[in-house]
Design a protein around this ligand. Structure first.
Ligand SMILES: C[S@@+](CC[C@H](N)C(=O)[O-])C[C@H]1O[C@@H](n2cnc3c(N)ncnc32)[C@H](O)[C@@H]1O
Ligand SMILES: [Zn+2]
Length: 313
């Protein structure tokens, strides 16, 4: 019974009223209940209302150059790829073996998590507002023969999934981009998670004054930086408050990322690192970060947090 359940693909529903969607002749979708229509607008399905779609396209155009740099560093810089491999693997280590999804990656960008989906997951949905990034991820995953992941253009504030349909929800570096909407996004996570499900999030940490200073310096220099609000990151308190309000219990909150994170996670800032193929250097920086994590006075100054939150049964 459980094995059969695991194989069921996540069914997309109307993001306005959570009712079933019907296919339309033009390749789009229409809500049978509220009548909302979601025409075919991109290579992937777009489940956004007209106004959000227009704003999304304008925002993506405004950030085109930023996104191009993001794409190059994520897909071509060996040290950046090595760092993300380790980071995503670290996030997955917090998902109990028995939990096999379905998995939902919100604010996925080019789907850094779903590109590295462990074998035990049979189906996943990755969503982001930005159609260009989602299309890129869809093309890459198709080329890689990855058939378990479905990619859609949708908002994390109105996830097109039914209540209690996901076993795992993950997000990497997305929540701080929607700081004013944090409560709404986390409420959506709470809604779609099944009882016993887990939320794993990794975000820039904002708990220490030195961390804030370093990040401001980094953002001033970054040509990859976008224009979203809330780039300061999030504190444990801010995250905990949003989780409790959404019926999720913060289980773990750990900070990490001291030297490897700013250098390897942002190779576009450092021309020598951007093309460096010396993976041993990357591994050494990551090992150094691990040491710092265990030094109590230093630990608090980490640049990133990783949290897990549980939906009680
Ligand atoms: C810094 S990127 C992180 C992308 C990816 N998770 C990663 O680690 O590379 C933040 C992403 O959030 C997306 N985003 C912003 N607001 C959103 C919303 N309301 N719903 C879905 N995605 C959103 C942006 O389009 C962008 O791709
Ligand atoms: Zn509807």
């Amino acid at each position: 019974m459980e094995a059969a359940e695991e194989r069921v693909e996540l069914e997309l529903v109307c993001p306005a009223c959570w009712s079933s969607l019907e296919a339309t002749a033009g390749g789009g979708r229409r809500c049978a209940s509220c009548g909302a229509s979601y025409p075919r607008r991109a290579e992937v399905e777009v489940l956004l209302d007209d106004e959000t779609w227009r704003a999304t396209v304008a925002h993506a155009e405004h950030e085109r150059e930023t996104l191009r740099r993001y794409h190059v560093s994520r897909r071509e810089s060996p040290l950046n790829i090595l760092y993300y491999d380790g980071w995503v693997a670290r996030m997955f280590r917090h998902v109990p073996e028995a939990n096999r999804g379905p998995l939902v990656e919100i604010m996925c960008g080019e789907a850094e998590i779903c590109r590295r989906l462990p074998q035990r997951f049979r189906s996943a949905l990755a969503l982001d507002l930005n159609p260009t990034m989602v299309e890129q991820a869809a093309r890459d995953l198709e080329q890689a023969g990855e058939t378990r992941v479905r990619l859609v253009c949708a908002s994390a504030t109105q996830i097109p999934l039914a209540d209690q349909s996901a076993g795992v929800v993950m997000v990497q570096g997305g929540l701080h981009h929607v700081k004013p909407l944090l409560a709404q996004v986390v409420a959506e996570v709470g809604r779609i998670l099944r009882p016993g499900g887990i939320f794993v999030a990794s975000e820039p940490a904002n708990d220490h004054w030195l961390t804030r200073r370093i990040r401001h310096w980094q953002y001033r220099r970054s040509r990859q930086q976008g224009t979203d609000p809330g780039e300061d990151g999030l504190t444990q308190h801010e995250l905990d408050a949003a989780l409790s309000a959404a019926g999720l219990r913060l289980d773990r909150y750990r900070r990490f990322g001291f030297i490897a994170f700013p250098f390897m996670g942002n190779t576009q800032l450092f021309p020598l690192l951007a093309t460096c193929r010396w993976r041993a250097l990357g591994r050494a920086l990551i090992a150094l970060d691990r040491v710092f994590e265990h030094i109590p006075l230093v630990r608090g100054m980490a640049l990133t947090s990783l949290l897990t939150a549980l939906k009680e049964r």
